[in-house]
Write a protein that binds this ligand. Structure first.
Ligand SMILES: Cc1ncc(COP(=O)(O)O)c(C=O)c1O
Length: 335
Protein backbone atom coordinates (compact mmCIF):
# COMPACT_ATOMS: atom_id res chain seq x y z
CA UNK A 1 0.00 0.00 0.00
CA UNK A 2 1.31 3.49 -0.91
CA UNK A 3 1.80 5.77 2.07
CA UNK A 4 0.54 9.33 1.60
CA UNK A 5 3.83 11.28 1.54
CA UNK A 6 2.19 14.38 3.05
CA UNK A 7 0.92 12.72 6.21
CA UNK A 8 3.66 11.80 8.66
CA UNK A 9 3.00 8.53 10.52
CA UNK A 10 4.57 9.91 13.70
CA UNK A 11 4.72 13.13 15.74
CA UNK A 12 7.88 15.23 15.94
CA UNK A 13 7.56 15.74 19.69
CA UNK A 14 5.03 15.39 22.48
CA UNK A 15 4.08 19.03 21.88
CA UNK A 16 2.76 18.23 18.44
CA UNK A 17 0.11 16.08 20.14
CA UNK A 18 -1.47 19.31 21.40
CA UNK A 19 -4.74 20.18 19.64
CA UNK A 20 -6.83 18.19 17.19
CA UNK A 21 -8.67 16.72 20.15
CA UNK A 22 -11.58 14.36 19.50
CA UNK A 23 -15.21 15.34 19.24
CA UNK A 24 -17.35 12.69 20.91
CA UNK A 25 -21.08 12.28 20.50
CA UNK A 26 -22.96 12.37 23.81
CA UNK A 27 -26.03 10.26 23.31
CA UNK A 28 -27.12 9.64 26.88
CA UNK A 29 -26.60 12.69 29.02
CA UNK A 30 -29.10 14.91 27.22
CA UNK A 31 -32.47 14.91 25.50
CA UNK A 32 -32.43 12.87 22.26
CA UNK A 33 -34.10 15.68 20.32
CA UNK A 34 -30.74 17.49 19.99
CA UNK A 35 -27.30 16.36 18.79
CA UNK A 36 -24.66 16.95 21.45
CA UNK A 37 -20.91 16.65 20.92
CA UNK A 38 -18.16 17.01 23.51
CA UNK A 39 -14.73 18.40 22.63
CA UNK A 40 -12.46 16.27 24.80
CA UNK A 41 -9.59 18.57 25.77
CA UNK A 42 -8.31 16.00 28.26
CA UNK A 43 -6.76 14.33 25.21
CA UNK A 44 -4.02 16.98 25.15
CA UNK A 45 -0.78 15.50 26.55
CA UNK A 46 -0.73 17.75 29.64
CA UNK A 47 -4.35 16.74 30.29
CA UNK A 48 -6.20 19.98 29.57
CA UNK A 49 -7.29 22.72 27.23
CA UNK A 50 -4.53 24.95 28.62
CA UNK A 51 -1.81 23.04 26.74
CA UNK A 52 -2.93 25.02 23.69
CA UNK A 53 -2.35 28.58 24.98
CA UNK A 54 0.74 27.52 26.95
CA UNK A 55 2.42 26.20 23.80
CA UNK A 56 1.25 29.07 21.62
CA UNK A 57 2.48 31.74 24.06
CA UNK A 58 5.88 30.11 24.63
CA UNK A 59 6.44 29.47 20.91
CA UNK A 60 5.48 33.05 19.96
CA UNK A 61 7.79 34.49 22.62
CA UNK A 62 10.68 32.28 21.48
CA UNK A 63 10.07 33.35 17.89
CA UNK A 64 10.20 37.07 18.60
CA UNK A 65 13.04 36.61 21.12
CA UNK A 66 11.15 37.72 24.22
CA UNK A 67 12.21 34.29 25.47
CA UNK A 68 15.88 33.34 25.05
CA UNK A 69 17.85 30.40 26.41
CA UNK A 70 18.41 31.96 29.85
CA UNK A 71 14.92 33.48 30.25
CA UNK A 72 12.96 32.57 33.37
CA UNK A 73 9.26 32.11 32.63
CA UNK A 74 7.09 33.29 35.55
CA UNK A 75 3.32 32.86 35.70
CA UNK A 76 0.49 32.67 38.22
CA UNK A 77 -1.70 29.59 37.92
CA UNK A 78 -3.00 26.97 40.28
CA UNK A 79 -3.56 24.28 37.79
CA UNK A 80 -3.85 23.54 34.14
CA UNK A 81 -2.07 26.57 32.62
CA UNK A 82 0.82 25.91 34.97
CA UNK A 83 1.01 22.29 33.86
CA UNK A 84 0.84 23.30 30.18
CA UNK A 85 3.62 25.85 30.69
CA UNK A 86 5.71 23.41 32.72
CA UNK A 87 5.45 20.89 29.89
CA UNK A 88 6.42 23.42 27.18
CA UNK A 89 9.23 24.96 29.28
CA UNK A 90 10.69 21.55 30.08
CA UNK A 91 10.67 20.65 26.40
CA UNK A 92 12.41 23.89 25.41
CA UNK A 93 14.87 23.72 28.34
CA UNK A 94 13.52 26.83 30.08
CA UNK A 95 13.37 27.59 33.79
CA UNK A 96 9.75 28.04 34.94
CA UNK A 97 8.58 29.52 38.24
CA UNK A 98 4.90 28.93 38.92
CA UNK A 99 3.21 31.14 41.51
CA UNK A 100 0.36 29.27 43.08
CA UNK A 101 -1.46 29.33 46.41
CA UNK A 102 -2.23 27.10 49.36
CA UNK A 103 -5.57 25.99 47.84
CA UNK A 104 -3.78 24.23 44.98
CA UNK A 105 -4.09 20.46 45.21
CA UNK A 106 -1.12 18.38 46.28
CA UNK A 107 -1.54 16.37 43.09
CA UNK A 108 -1.09 19.49 40.92
CA UNK A 109 1.97 20.61 42.87
CA UNK A 110 3.48 17.14 42.46
CA UNK A 111 2.75 17.16 38.71
CA UNK A 112 4.34 20.62 38.36
CA UNK A 113 7.48 19.59 40.23
CA UNK A 114 7.67 16.39 38.18
CA UNK A 115 7.68 18.54 35.03
CA UNK A 116 10.60 20.47 36.56
CA UNK A 117 8.72 23.65 37.56
CA UNK A 118 9.70 25.64 40.66
CA UNK A 119 6.56 26.17 42.71
CA UNK A 120 6.16 29.36 44.75
CA UNK A 121 3.20 28.98 47.11
CA UNK A 122 1.30 32.03 48.45
CA UNK A 123 -0.27 31.27 51.82
CA UNK A 124 -2.29 34.44 52.50
CA UNK A 125 -4.88 36.25 50.33
CA UNK A 126 -4.30 39.90 49.41
CA UNK A 127 -5.41 41.85 52.54
CA UNK A 128 -7.53 44.52 50.79
CA UNK A 129 -9.45 42.40 48.26
CA UNK A 130 -9.26 39.20 50.29
CA UNK A 131 -8.54 37.13 47.18
CA UNK A 132 -5.62 34.87 46.36
CA UNK A 133 -5.43 35.80 42.69
CA UNK A 134 -4.42 39.40 43.46
CA UNK A 135 -1.84 38.15 45.97
CA UNK A 136 -0.42 35.77 43.35
CA UNK A 137 -0.23 38.46 40.69
CA UNK A 138 1.56 40.77 43.16
CA UNK A 139 4.06 37.99 43.82
CA UNK A 140 4.61 37.56 40.07
CA UNK A 141 5.53 41.26 39.83
CA UNK A 142 7.95 40.87 42.74
CA UNK A 143 9.64 37.88 41.07
CA UNK A 144 9.86 39.74 37.75
CA UNK A 145 11.74 42.54 39.53
CA UNK A 146 14.10 39.95 41.04
CA UNK A 147 14.72 38.26 37.64
CA UNK A 148 15.50 40.89 35.01
CA UNK A 149 15.70 38.19 32.33
CA UNK A 150 12.17 36.97 32.93
CA UNK A 151 9.08 36.57 30.77
CA UNK A 152 5.52 36.78 32.12
CA UNK A 153 2.97 35.13 29.77
CA UNK A 154 0.13 37.06 31.50
CA UNK A 155 -2.55 34.61 30.42
CA UNK A 156 -5.38 36.99 31.44
CA UNK A 157 -4.38 39.55 28.79
CA UNK A 158 -2.21 37.71 26.25
CA UNK A 159 -3.91 37.59 22.84
CA UNK A 160 -1.92 34.42 22.10
CA UNK A 161 -4.19 32.73 24.66
CA UNK A 162 -7.25 33.60 22.58
CA UNK A 163 -5.51 32.85 19.24
CA UNK A 164 -4.78 29.31 20.43
CA UNK A 165 -8.54 28.78 20.79
CA UNK A 166 -9.38 30.22 17.40
CA UNK A 167 -7.91 26.86 16.38
CA UNK A 168 -10.11 24.99 18.88
CA UNK A 169 -13.21 26.43 17.23
CA UNK A 170 -11.80 25.85 13.73
CA UNK A 171 -11.39 22.15 14.58
CA UNK A 172 -14.97 21.96 15.90
CA UNK A 173 -16.43 23.73 12.90
CA UNK A 174 -14.46 21.72 10.35
CA UNK A 175 -15.44 18.43 11.95
CA UNK A 176 -19.13 19.37 11.91
CA UNK A 177 -19.04 21.01 8.45
CA UNK A 178 -19.85 24.39 9.98
CA UNK A 179 -23.13 23.23 11.60
CA UNK A 180 -22.73 24.35 15.18
CA UNK A 181 -25.95 25.87 16.47
CA UNK A 182 -24.93 26.21 20.12
CA UNK A 183 -21.56 26.33 21.85
CA UNK A 184 -21.12 25.88 25.60
CA UNK A 185 -17.81 27.34 26.66
CA UNK A 186 -16.46 27.70 30.20
CA UNK A 187 -14.65 30.90 31.20
CA UNK A 188 -11.64 31.63 33.40
CA UNK A 189 -9.12 33.86 31.62
CA UNK A 190 -11.67 34.10 28.74
CA UNK A 191 -9.04 32.71 26.34
CA UNK A 192 -11.28 29.88 25.12
CA UNK A 193 -14.37 32.07 24.89
CA UNK A 194 -12.57 34.90 23.10
CA UNK A 195 -10.82 32.60 20.59
CA UNK A 196 -13.99 30.63 19.79
CA UNK A 197 -16.13 33.77 19.58
CA UNK A 198 -13.58 35.45 17.27
CA UNK A 199 -13.71 32.46 14.92
CA UNK A 200 -17.52 32.40 14.96
CA UNK A 201 -17.83 36.14 14.25
CA UNK A 202 -15.06 36.21 11.61
CA UNK A 203 -16.65 33.31 9.74
CA UNK A 204 -20.12 34.80 10.20
CA UNK A 205 -21.37 31.59 11.77
CA UNK A 206 -24.81 31.75 13.38
CA UNK A 207 -23.66 29.80 16.46
CA UNK A 208 -25.29 30.93 19.71
CA UNK A 209 -22.56 31.15 22.34
CA UNK A 210 -23.27 30.28 25.96
CA UNK A 211 -20.50 31.29 28.35
CA UNK A 212 -20.43 29.05 31.40
CA UNK A 213 -19.11 30.99 34.39
CA UNK A 214 -18.91 30.12 38.08
CA UNK A 215 -21.40 31.49 40.58
CA UNK A 216 -19.53 34.15 42.54
CA UNK A 217 -17.13 34.93 39.66
CA UNK A 218 -16.32 38.50 38.62
CA UNK A 219 -16.11 37.75 34.87
CA UNK A 220 -19.76 38.30 34.05
CA UNK A 221 -20.30 40.46 37.11
CA UNK A 222 -21.79 37.96 39.56
CA UNK A 223 -21.75 38.91 43.23
CA UNK A 224 -18.51 37.73 44.83
CA UNK A 225 -18.96 34.42 46.69
CA UNK A 226 -16.72 31.55 47.76
CA UNK A 227 -16.02 28.86 45.14
CA UNK A 228 -14.50 25.47 45.84
CA UNK A 229 -13.99 24.07 42.33
CA UNK A 230 -11.03 25.54 40.42
CA UNK A 231 -10.72 26.11 36.66
CA UNK A 232 -13.63 28.25 35.55
CA UNK A 233 -14.54 31.57 37.18
CA UNK A 234 -12.23 34.36 38.28
CA UNK A 235 -11.89 36.87 41.10
CA UNK A 236 -11.02 39.56 38.53
CA UNK A 237 -12.44 40.43 35.13
CA UNK A 238 -9.72 39.41 32.64
CA UNK A 239 -8.45 41.88 30.02
CA UNK A 240 -9.42 39.30 27.37
CA UNK A 241 -13.07 39.69 28.40
CA UNK A 242 -15.49 41.64 26.24
CA UNK A 243 -19.27 41.76 26.92
CA UNK A 244 -20.09 40.72 23.33
CA UNK A 245 -18.11 37.48 23.48
CA UNK A 246 -21.13 35.48 24.58
CA UNK A 247 -24.80 35.69 23.61
CA UNK A 248 -25.70 34.58 27.12
CA UNK A 249 -23.94 33.64 30.33
CA UNK A 250 -25.01 30.75 32.55
CA UNK A 251 -23.67 30.73 36.11
CA UNK A 252 -23.04 27.30 37.59
CA UNK A 253 -22.54 26.40 41.24
CA UNK A 254 -20.08 23.90 42.72
CA UNK A 255 -23.00 21.46 43.09
CA UNK A 256 -23.87 21.89 39.38
CA UNK A 257 -20.26 20.95 38.55
CA UNK A 258 -20.31 17.87 40.77
CA UNK A 259 -23.67 16.67 39.47
CA UNK A 260 -22.60 17.25 35.85
CA UNK A 261 -19.34 15.37 36.38
CA UNK A 262 -20.99 12.43 38.08
CA UNK A 263 -23.65 12.21 35.35
CA UNK A 264 -21.05 12.35 32.60
CA UNK A 265 -19.19 9.53 34.29
CA UNK A 266 -22.22 7.38 35.01
CA UNK A 267 -23.98 7.84 31.69
CA UNK A 268 -21.19 8.37 29.15
CA UNK A 269 -18.17 6.83 30.98
CA UNK A 270 -16.36 10.16 30.59
CA UNK A 271 -14.17 11.00 33.58
CA UNK A 272 -13.89 14.78 33.39
CA UNK A 273 -12.94 17.76 35.55
CA UNK A 274 -15.14 20.23 37.43
CA UNK A 275 -15.78 22.83 34.75
CA UNK A 276 -16.81 20.06 32.33
CA UNK A 277 -19.51 19.08 34.80
CA UNK A 278 -20.54 22.72 35.01
CA UNK A 279 -20.84 22.92 31.21
CA UNK A 280 -22.99 19.77 31.12
CA UNK A 281 -25.29 21.14 33.84
CA UNK A 282 -25.54 24.44 31.92
CA UNK A 283 -26.59 22.55 28.78
CA UNK A 284 -29.17 20.61 30.75
CA UNK A 285 -30.56 23.82 32.25
CA UNK A 286 -31.33 25.37 28.85
CA UNK A 287 -31.89 22.22 26.79
CA UNK A 288 -35.67 22.76 26.91
CA UNK A 289 -35.17 26.05 25.02
CA UNK A 290 -33.11 24.48 22.22
CA UNK A 291 -34.92 23.70 18.97
CA UNK A 292 -35.11 19.95 18.16
CA UNK A 293 -32.51 18.89 15.58
CA UNK A 294 -29.98 21.49 16.77
CA UNK A 295 -26.29 20.67 17.01
CA UNK A 296 -24.71 21.61 20.35
CA UNK A 297 -21.03 21.46 21.25
CA UNK A 298 -19.80 21.42 24.83
CA UNK A 299 -16.10 21.97 25.44
CA UNK A 300 -14.85 19.69 28.24
CA UNK A 301 -11.64 21.37 29.47
CA UNK A 302 -9.85 18.69 31.52
CA UNK A 303 -9.82 15.20 33.00
CA UNK A 304 -11.12 13.90 36.30
CA UNK A 305 -8.01 12.50 38.03
CA UNK A 306 -7.08 15.92 39.41
CA UNK A 307 -10.40 16.03 41.29
CA UNK A 308 -10.22 12.67 43.09
CA UNK A 309 -10.08 14.35 46.52
CA UNK A 310 -13.05 16.59 45.81
CA UNK A 311 -15.64 15.98 43.09
CA UNK A 312 -15.09 12.21 42.98
CA UNK A 313 -14.74 11.77 46.76
CA UNK A 314 -18.12 10.84 48.29
CA UNK A 315 -16.75 11.81 51.68
CA UNK A 316 -15.74 15.31 50.53
CA UNK A 317 -19.03 15.87 48.69
CA UNK A 318 -21.01 14.75 51.76
CA UNK A 319 -18.98 16.98 54.05
CA UNK A 320 -19.45 20.05 51.85
CA UNK A 321 -23.01 19.62 50.57
CA UNK A 322 -24.66 16.69 52.38
CA UNK A 323 -26.00 13.68 50.50
CA UNK A 324 -26.74 14.91 46.96
CA UNK A 325 -26.28 11.57 45.20
CA UNK A 326 -29.96 11.52 44.17
CA UNK A 327 -29.12 14.45 41.87
CA UNK A 328 -27.08 12.34 39.47
CA UNK A 329 -29.13 9.17 39.80
CA UNK A 330 -31.85 10.40 37.42
CA UNK A 331 -32.24 10.85 33.66
CA UNK A 332 -30.12 7.92 32.61
CA UNK A 333 -31.19 6.91 29.12
CA UNK A 334 -29.16 3.68 29.08
CA UNK A 335 -30.71 2.29 32.28
C1 LIG B 1 -10.51 23.17 34.05
C2 LIG B 1 -10.64 24.50 33.41
N1 LIG B 1 -11.84 24.86 32.92
C3 LIG B 1 -12.02 26.06 32.35
C4 LIG B 1 -11.00 26.98 32.24
C5 LIG B 1 -11.27 28.32 31.62
O1 LIG B 1 -10.60 28.46 30.39
P1 LIG B 1 -10.09 29.88 29.90
O2 LIG B 1 -8.93 30.26 30.77
O3 LIG B 1 -9.67 29.67 28.49
O4 LIG B 1 -11.20 30.84 30.06
C6 LIG B 1 -9.74 26.65 32.76
C7 LIG B 1 -8.64 27.60 32.73
O5 LIG B 1 -7.63 27.42 33.34
C8 LIG B 1 -9.55 25.38 33.34
O6 LIG B 1 -8.37 25.00 33.85
Amino acid sequence: MMMNALISPYHDSVLSLIGNTPLVRLSRVCSDSIDVYAKIEAANPGGSIKDRPALRIVKDAIKDERIRKDTVVIESSSGNMAIGLAQACLYYGLRFICVTDSRTSTANIQILRTYGAEVDIITQPEPVTGDFLTARLNRVQELIRQHPNSYWPNQYANLGNACAHYETMAEISETLNGKVDYLFCTTGTCGTLRGCADYIRTRRMSTFVYAVDAKGSAIFGDKKAPRLIPGHGSAIRPELFHPDLADQCIHVSDVDCIVGCRRLLKQEAIFAGGSSGGAISALERVSGLIEPGSTCVVILPDRGERYMDTIYSDEWVNQQFGDISHMWARNTRNE
